[in-house]
Write a protein that binds this ligand. Structure first.
Ligand SMILES: *Cc1c(COP(=O)(O)O)cnc(C)c1O
Length: 383
């Protein structure tokens, strides 16, 4: 942990070597200037009015510390999901909880396995824990290759991360696929199901009942996406008691702010708001997906609030630039594709206009019949 003492006079504090190895988390450079921000999978809608009111109320008591471990939110989640409070941990976003999982279960000499491409925070957090990342390529359909992942497990593997739906490709493992994967994983390996987008994934099935059958499973969820509270920072983890106990031990005290907790408790209770958001996002996702395919692009079915446009004759950076010129910031992954967060209709139309420009999306070999007019364009406006 500590740096070597170096010669007097020239010593400056130096971070640990692994800090130099950390890749940095990036945001789209255009995000600050864009009219529509479609690069960070945020909700384009404001949070539930009930959550806003609860947060405003909580702000007034900001002289007080929150509870040590977010007790109110833990109780509300346990009650809603039919679990015991000892099976729930909360924190300042699900990323903070994933950091705790890795701090508790992965260290030097251990391997953490996940699909790639997947969430770009994974390699950062695994490196930070001092463990080694083992990345298993997605299959040709941009889905988890669960057979290859199972084969990549070694006696050094302590944690497997399953991002479902997968960020950034949107692809979904059905609950049956998750179950058969779990059946093939040795009991000493902790499987983390990262369900940041689960609310948008419709028919994929409820994974909470799997917790009773699999003592090596934890589920991570967040208020950042469907609940539109990305800026407040609140997430939760569901798992067996002994795992939750370990996660709580490595938690920073008072990690979840009282304001975030108040917002999350209110958001959790506001089911109508959530259903409205999910309906709006699914509707726009379906529209944009259909229109992108009409432009000759093959886009995988998405269970998230975003769509993945794989590179196909056009560079991701070029697509990103074209979208930026039309007022939309999207997220480019060089050599792989572009992720577009679902937004209001005007944002979808701007993306389609950008991609319809010669030299941006067209790919002579794959492009099929090209509609010259888009009936939905003229109606515009709907958000
Ligand atoms: C957005 C996202 C999260 C959420 O992180 P928070 O810290 O809860 O905001 C977690 N996992 C994935 C895959 C995500 O895309």
């Amino acid at each position: 942990m500590s740096n070597e003492q170096s010669g007097a006079g020239e010593a400056t504090p130096r971070p640990r070597t692994l800090v130099q190895m950390l890749p940095s988390y990036s945001r789209s450079p255009a995000a600050g200037k864009a009219r529509w921000v479609a690069s960070s999978n945020e909700s384009w809608m404001s949070p539930s009015p009930a959550a806003l009111a609860a947060m405003a109320d909580s702000v007034q008591r900001s002289n007080r510390y929150p509870s040590l471990a977010g007790d109110r939110l833990v109780a509300a989640l346990a009650d809603t999901l039919g679990l015991s409070e000892t099976q729930v941990a909360v924190g300042a976003g699900s990323l903070a909880l994933l950091g705790q999982v890795l701090a508790a279960f992965a260290g030097p000499g251990d391997e953490v396995l996940y699909a790639w491409r997947s969430y770009e925070a994974y390699p950062i957090l695994v490196t930070l824990a001092g463990a080694r990342s083992v990345e298993v390529p997605l299959d040709a359909a941009h889905r988890h290759d669960t057979a290859a992942m199972r084969r990549a497990i070694t006696e050094r593997t302590t944690v497997v991360l399953l991002c479902n739906p997968n960020n950034p490709t949107g692809t979904v493992l059905a609950i049956g696929e998750v179950e058969s994967f779990l059946a093939g994983v040795p009991g000493h390996v902790l499987v983390v199901l990262d369900e940041a987008y689960v609310e948008f994934s419709g028919s994929s099935g409820d994974t909470v009942p799997l917790l009773t059958k699999h003592p090596n499973l934890v589920i991570l969820r967040t208020f950042s996406k469907a609940h539109a509270l990305a800026g407040a920072r609140a997430g939760y983890l569901l798992g067996p008691e002994d795992v939750v106990r370990a996660i709580r031990k490595v938690a920073p005290p008072f990690g979840l702010s009282a304001v975030a907790e108040a917002g999350a408790v209110a958001a959790l209770a506001d089911t109508d708001y959530l259903l409205g958001t999910v309906a709006a996002v699914s509707g726009e996702r379906e529209f944009l997906h259909r229109e992108l395919e009409a432009l000759g692009l093959r886009v995988p079915d998405s269970g998230g609030n975003f769509l993945w446009i794989p590179e196909n004759g056009r560079r991701a950076a070029d697509i990103e630039r074209a979208c930026a010129a039309h007022g939309v910031s999207v997220r480019a992954f060089d050599g792989e594709g572009v992720r577009v967060t679902i937004g209001p209709r005007q944002a979808s139309l701007a993306v389609l206009a950008a991609l319809d420009e010669p030299g941006t999306a067209r790919c002579a070999e794959t492009r099929q019949a090209v509609p010259t007019t888009y009936p939905h364009h003229s109606t515009g406006g709907a958000s």
